[in-house]
Design a protein around this ligand. Structure first.
Ligand code: R2B
Ligand code: URA
Length: 307
């Protein structure tokens, strides 16, 4: 079989699909970076109720999200500590309240890819159905007022193409980065209902680096001019790109392959056409994706037929 040759998924079943015949032959599956496993944990009992998974870079932010969503859904207990389900490893942090799971993924494609392999297997082993996964994160904006939230239409690479390249057995396999258009539209509608901050649907560029990969002039190395940087950002803008981050392509491709309904919601911390450096004073914006996704989850749970 060619590396990367995948059977089409069947999202209509609502199942979380894994494309790996080897898994069926394994007596036990250890989800090493979560410190969880099929023999050591009752995954259906622990996670079977999950309907929404929110993922984001920092463990601290994903803990603050679970506290926020617990209060929003009226499920909070002032004494509750929201224990880290991945205690015993410091690779990722995971929290759960009711139907919501919150998981950190670290920075960059390699880190989110490892987390997603194990998350997709976890949801599959737990027999979860009809799961929506949303990445809530930060990004650099292009031509937007800082603080604007971008719901990703398409995740594109550094040449503005909607694809994710994975090297398997030394061969490059190209995967689609399509996201769920209806879900993106629903998130935009929720933002308009909230009316607290500007939100747009646009393309997101996913890069392999924060400095040279995002045309910054302030890294340890830089071989281009301010004009080169501005020309590149202008070309990105023309291609419909309004923000830049570092995980959306792998996230979109892996969610699509497993039949998961997925969206990317990132706040812009600065306008990259005006500068490169970030200060610690932008932290209040980081709450915006949480507020928007919190409102979305609440509205979904209120909709008829949802529990
Ligand atoms: C956004 O912010 C991080 C870099 O500061 C990176 O993980 C991303 O995608
Ligand atoms: N995250 C990024 O990847 N880039 C930025 O400019 C800001 C946050």
């Amino acid at each position: 079989m060619e590396p990367g040759a995948e059977k089409p998924n069947t999202p209509s079943s609502g199942d979380v699909i894994v494309h790996n015949p080897h898994l069926e032959t394994m007596k036990e599956d250890i989800l090493y970076h979560f410190n969880l496993g099929t023999s050591t944990h009752n995954l259906p009992a622990m996670f079977g109720s999950v309907k929404f998974v929110c993922v984001g870079g920092s463990p601290w932010r994903m803990k603050s999200f679970i506290e926020y969503i617990a209060a929003e859904l009226g499920l909070d207990d002032p004494k509750s500590e929201y224990p880290n389900i991945c205690a015993g490893t410091d690779r990722y942090a995971m929290y759960k309240i009711g139907p919501v799971l919150s998981v950190s993924h670290g920075m960059g494609i390699p880190s989110i890819s490892i987390m997603l392999h194990e998350l997709i297997k976890l949801l599959h082993h737990a027999k979860c159905k009809d799961v929506t996964v949303i990445r809530i994160g930060t990004s650099g904006g292009i031509g937007l007022e800082p603080g604007t939230v971008v719901v990703t239409k398409q995740s594109v690479d550094a040449n503005f193409l909607p694809k994710f390249e994975q090297v398997i057995l030394g061969k490059t396999v190209v995967r689609s980065t399509d996201l769920d258009e209806e879900l993106a539209g629903e998130l935009l509608r929720c933002s308009r209902e909230l009316n607290q901050f500007e939100t747009v649907i646009a393309n997101t560029m996913c890069t392999l680096d924060f400095y040279e990969g995002q045309a910054r002039l302030d890294g340890a190395f830089c071989s281009y001019t301010e004009k080169d940087k501005q020309d590149y950002l202008a070309r990105a803008y023309e291609a419909g790109v309004r923000n830049i981050e570092m995980e959306s392509s792998a996230f979109s491709a892996m969610c699509k392959m497993s039949g998961l309904r997925a969206a990317v919601v990132c706040v812009t911390l600065l306008d990259r056409q005006k500068g490169d450096q970030l200060s610690g004073t932008v932290h209040s914006f980081q709450k915006r994706p949480q507020i928007l996704v919190g409102h979305f989850i609440k509205s979904q749970l209120k909709a008829p037929g949802k529990s």
